[in-house]
Ligand binder design. Structure first.
Ligand code: FEO
Length: 394
């Protein structure tokens, strides 16, 4: 296990998890992931930026040994979550001289979650600097990406940015500099939708801090290093912007094909009116793809049969997740079929209290859709297209 040079005096010494397929028992990671750790060597001090998932601490130690690291002055913790700090206790035991540099909020989390001894922890101020000899670290507090304690670290001389989870992607790689930028952006968007989107507004407020740093390389804690920072920065500006795109997401379940035929009809009518549409059958859905589609969508449609008086549990779950992810969508519609009544629509609307959505229509039918129902779906598609046109969405 060798270190991978990023630039002069800075190497990647992390771990690649080719086989991981789910994160947090919730988030699919079909392309695996990486836990990135970076070694920064000055003439006076050696620093490790972020550690790895505890399951991979041997890989980290192996790379450090191959790099000839016998002493670590500091471990910088940009983010206290266990996939980046879980190896800390072993690391601090292996390097008893090392102290941990983190925000004051992170200190508490590291003590509580990992049992890191408080005397090994040192808080860094926002804008604080640390001279390593020929290299200077700058610490910039950047809260809520996606925990409250997060910060970013910048090597001033080389203009390399270590933003923690921000700009990351769950994408395994052979070496961190050689990934295809287009493929990385695809996975970075999925990662943004799954992890960062709920914090869109606070990230947008803090983004100028990174623009001022003007990095040459962006080295996140998951996935490949961005060799062309403009690509990921432009993408984030677009994803973070308040204005959605001319797109609709339709998430549905169907027990006897009535709701399925309705959402397919609606999807086609939306497409004919120029609205880009994606349908997600929730039985086999990849939640990451749904989250990715929600990044840009202006309209969300839920399609559900009525089950024991309410929404199908899969659709209710999707509504709950959508509310948690806080997408920028503006419009909502509910369609579906029922046997003898129920409160499916009201239940779904009630599951979205944190979103500012205008309910632009609902089409609920008893049994299968009749000509009148299809006409109502056509009208709903026209209404959605008109709302999008009114906002001049592209
Ligand atoms: Fe990759 Fe928030 O940990």
């Amino acid at each position: 296990m060798r270190p991978h040079p990023i630039t002069d005096g800075i190497s990647w010494v992390g771990a690649v998890d080719w086989d991981r397929r789910v994160f947090d028992e919730l988030v699919p990671v079909p392309e695996g992931t990486t836990y990135n750790s970076y070694l920064v060597r000055g003439t006076d001090k050696t620093v490790l930026i972020d550690a790895v998932d505890p399951a991979f601490e041997r890989v980290l130690f192996d790379r450090l040994a191959t790099a000839g690291v016998e002493r670590l002055d500091h471990v910088v913790v940009n983010h206290a979550e266990q996939d980046h700090s879980g190896a800390l206790p072993a690391l601090l035991a292996r390097f008893p001289e090392a102290t941990v540099l983190a925000t004051s909020k992170a200190k508490g989390l590291l003590v509580e979650h990992l049992g890191v001894p408080a005397e090994r922890l040192q808080a860094v101020e926002d804008g604080g600097r640390l001279a390593l000899g020929g290299k200077t670290l700058r610490f910039v507090h950047f809260p809520w990406v996606h925990w409250p304690e997060t910060m970013i670290t910048f090597v001033e001389e080389d203009r390399v940015l270590f933003p923690g989870d921000l700009f990351g992607s769950h994408l395994a790689f052979g070496t961190p500099l050689d990934a295809d930028p287009a493929a990385t952006l695809v996975e970075a968007k999925r990662y943004y939708g799954e992890i960062m989107m709920p914090f869109r507004k606070v990230i947008a407020r803090n983004l100028p801090k990174i623009e001022q740093l003007d990095p040459l390389l962006v080295a996140p804690s998951h996935g490949p290093v961005h060799r062309q920072p403009a690509g990921i920065l432009d993408a984030y500006r677009s994803w973070l912007a308040d204005t959605p795109r001319n797109a609709a997401v339709v998430a549905y379940a169907s027990m006897h094909d009535s709701t399925r035929s309705m959402v397919r009809h609606l999807g086609e009518e939306l497409g004919l009116r120029g609205v880009r549409v994606e349908l997600f059958g929730l039985v086999h859905v990849d939640l990451g793809k749904l989250a990715t589609a929600l990044v840009d969508a202006a309209t969300i449609v839920f399609g559900s049969p009525t089950v024991l008086g309410g929404a199908h549990p899969l659709v209710a779950s999707a509504a709950l997740v959508t509310n948690l992810l806080k997408p920028k969508a503006r419009f909502l519609a509910v369609v579906g079929s029922y046997g003898w009544g129920g409160k499916m629509k009201d239940q779904l609307v009630g599951l979205l209290p944190d979103l500012e959505l205008e309910l632009v229509g609902s089409v609920l039918t008893r049994g299968t859709a009749k000509p009148d129902d299809l006409a109502a779906l056509d009208l709903l598609a026209a209404t959605v297209a008109e709302r999008h046109a009114g906002l001049r969405l592209t």
